[in-house]
Ligand binder design. Structure first.
Ligand code: HEC
Length: 201
C-alpha cells in the first residue's frame, strides 16, 4: 500500500472524518441559513435555494409584532417576527437592521441563544433561527422569534428592518417550502433625557 494512504488510514483519517461530521452538523441550514438572504437591498432571499415556490407566492403570513414606529437613540427595543402558514411545520427567518444607505444600524440580539443567533457580515448583522428555534413539528403556527434591537446614538436616521421568513414542510430538504419577505421602518425619535439621579454621587 502507498505509505501516504496507509498513514491516512491509520491515524489521520479518523480525525478528518470526525471534523467532517462536526462541520456538517454545524452547517446544516435548518440550524441557521447562509447570511445575506433577508430580501434587503443587496441581499438575496431564502428562495434562492428553496426554489419550489416563487418568493411571496404562498398563502402564509409574515408579520412584525410590536415593532416601533419611532425609536429612542441608545435604547433597546423589543419586538417579534411571526410566521403562520396552514399545514407547514418547520420555520426559519433572517432579519437585518439597515440605515438609509443600506449599512447596518444599531445592534441585534435574539431572545434566547438556543433559538436564535447573530452573524456579522458585510457590515450588517443578521439574526437567524437556530435548530431549536426552527420549531419542527409545530404545524401551521403562528411561531414567533423575539428581536432585540439596540438603537445607535442619535443621528442614525430611520432604521428599516428587513426580514425573510421560510415556512417549511419539515422534510429536511430545501423542497416544497415557501419564502416570504417583509420590512418595517422606524423613524428616529427624541433621545430620552437621563434622569437627574444619574448625576448624583
Ligand atoms: C444556499 C442555499 C440555501 C439558502 C440560501 C437557504 N437555505 Fe434553507 N436549506 C437549504 C438546504 C440544502 C436545506 C436542507 C438541509 C439542511 O437543513 O441543511 C435547507 C433547509 C432549511 C430548513 C428546514 C426545511 C425542512 O423542510 O425541514 C429551514 C427551516 C431553512 N432551510 C430555513 C432557511 C431560511 C429561513 C432561509 C433564508 C433566510 C434559508 N433557509 C436559505 C439551503 C438553503
Amino acid at each position: 500500500m502507498h505509505p501516504v494512504f496507509r498513514s491516512l488510514r491509520s491515524r489521520r483519517w479518523p480525525a478528518v472524518l470526525a471534523l467532517g461530521i462536526t462541520s456538517t452538523t454545524a452547517l446544516a441550514y435548518v440550524g441557521g441559513s447562509p447570511v445575506a438572504m433577508t430580501g434587503a437591498p443587496g441581499d438575496a432571499s431564502c428562495a434562492m435555494c428553496h426554489t419550489t415556490h416563487a418568493l411571496n407566492s404562498g398563502e402564509g403570513t409574515l408579520r412584525f409584532i410590536n415593532a416601533p414606529y419611532t425609536y429612542t437613540p441608545g435604547q433597546k427595543h423589543t419586538f417579534w417576527v411571526e410566521l403562520e402558514d396552514v399545514g407547514l411545520s418547520r420555520w426559519g427567518f433572517q432579519l437585518t437592521a439597515l440605515d438609509r444607505s443600506g449599512h447596518g444600524l444599531g445592534s441585534l440580539s435574539g431572545g434566547s441563544e438556543d433559538s436564535t443567533q447573530v452573524i456579522v457580515a458585510y457590515g450588517r448583522e443578521y439574526l437567524d433561527q437556530r435548530y431549536l428555534g426552527s420549531c419542527g413539528g409545530e404545524e401551521t403556527g403562528p411561531v414567533q422569534w423575539r428581536v432585540e434591537w439596540t438603537a445607535p446614538p442619535s443621528g442614525g436616521g430611520p432604521v428599516t428592518f428587513y426580514v425573510a421568513g421560510l415556512t417549511a414542510n419539515n422534510d429536511a430538504i430545501a423542497v416544497g417550502d415557501y419564502t416570504y419577505t417583509g420590512q418595517w421602518t422606524a423613524d428616529e425619535g427624541a433621545a430620552v433625557p437621563l434622569a437627574d439621579e444619574e448625576y448624583l454621587p
